[in-house]
Design a binder for this molecule. Structure first.
Ligand SMILES: *Cc1c(COP(=O)(O)O)cnc(C)c1O
Length: 360
């Protein structure tokens, strides 16, 4: 067996230790004689899995008691509708558009109310985060929406926007658990887990409990009401049980690594290796404003499409997978999530140096 270095933006690399454990438990989870995949979600064994996962996540992120943790389905994209349906009491919301995911979310929200784009970085292909210190926040806005780490473009907010007292809602799909977070600054934090935590199919929503009400937009489906899931402990219907089980294992792994402070240090070290090289290279360069660089997604180009394609092809042959940039940006992108070992980034930089020498 040989494992590659997988730089995919998502679904993405998971800790090898977690995959091995899951493999070992595949046929017989903890003496139950069955796989977690085959298990009733109403069983004692599964209840323990979901309770432990929630407790470990609360511990890792320091989630206060007045926030609920929901394990839902539908991916991050389903939240684009659930958020307005549940939170647009005044039928108005402010969106900051820093990439395709924020744009998609804002377009979905338009179906349910008035959407004000209060800032955008579309003018420079989303290569920076706009100044968000003094935005024209709408008087009647129910919330201010951001995508905190822009997976496709490789930018991240270094400071949260000044929402002038309005609720902050954040999509953290691609920076989930990559560094410590102050949950109390948000009304809702959510993310699809397939970028940094687990298998696709599960989305985690952390929501202040006073926002979970029956006062939702008319015709909101039962399944799209936060209250439905909060009242049932995420077990209103069959949850994405196997996904939750793997997320739980990743939470344990993160705690063993030293928690989110340690993860941040590890991620900064990895990202610095790559950015430092991009800054000194005569062939490759990063595509975003240095001050807004993401620790998780690192897009770069040579400036020549043919050379980019040659690089991606040779990198693949050398065991570096999924380095092709998003179809909307081109070039390359290395996603270096929590589970990417530092050796992977070191090996990539060494490969890039060699490629530069051979092709310059
Ligand atoms: C991948 C991604 C999404 C979409 O996730 P799905 O689970 O496929 O719906 C949304 N937001 C961000 C920031 C992402 O990286």
């Amino acid at each position: 067996m040989s494992r590659v270095y997988n730089f995919s933006a998502g679904p993405a690399v998971l800790p090898e230790e977690v995959l091995r454990e899951a493999a070992e438990e595949m046929l017989d989870y903890n003496g139950t004689g069955m796989s977690v995949m085959e298990m009733s979600h109403r069983s004692k064994a599964f209840q323990e899995i979901i309770d432990t996962a929630e407790a470990d996540l609360r511990d890792l992120m320091g989630i206060p008691e007045d926030y609920a943790v929901l394990f839902l389905q539908g991916g991050a994209s389903q939240q684009f509708a659930m958020i307005p349906m549940n939170l647009m009491k005044n039928k108005s919301a402010d969106y900051i558009v820093t990439g395709q995911w924020a744009k998609k979310a804002s377009e979905e929200a338009k179906k349910y109310g008035k959407v004000n784009i209060v800032a955008s970085s579309a003018d420079k292909t989303f290569s920076y985060i706009p100044d968000v210190s003094d935005l024209p926040i709408s008087e009647d806005a129910d919330y201010v929406y951001i995508c905190e780490n822009n997976t496709i473009y490789g930018t991240k907010y270094q400071e949260l926007p000044n929402t002038k007292g309005k609720l902050l809602v954040a999509d953290v799909s691609s920076c989930f658990l990559s560094e410590p977070v102050d949950v109390t600054k948000y009304g809702v934090i959510y993310g699809g887990v397939q970028k940094n935590i687990g298998p696709a199919g599960t989305v985690i929503v952390i929501i202040r409990k006073d926002l979970i009400t029956d006062d939702v937009l008319p015709l909101t489906p039962t399944m799209l009401k936060y209250k439905t899931h909060a009242d049932a402990g995420s077990l209103y219907n069959t949850p994405p049980a196997y996904g939750i089980y793997i997320c739980g294992k990743v939470f344990r792994w993160l705690k063993k690594q030293g928690g989110l402070e340690a993860m941040k240090a590890h991620n900064e070290k990895k990202a610095k290796l790559l950015y430092d090289y991009l800054d000194e290279s005569k062939m490759f360069r990063g595509t975003v404003e240095p001050k807004d660089r993401s620790l998780m997604n690192v897009p770069f180009v040579t400036g020549d499409d043919e050379l980019d394609a040659k690089f991606v092809k040779e990198a693949k042959a050398a065991g570096f997978e999924n380095l092709k940039g998003h179809r909307s940006v081109g070039g390359m992108r290395a996603s270096i999530y929590n589970a990417m070992p530092i050796q992977g980034v070191e090996a990539l930089v060494a490969f890039m140096k060699k490629f530069e020498e051979e092709n310059l």
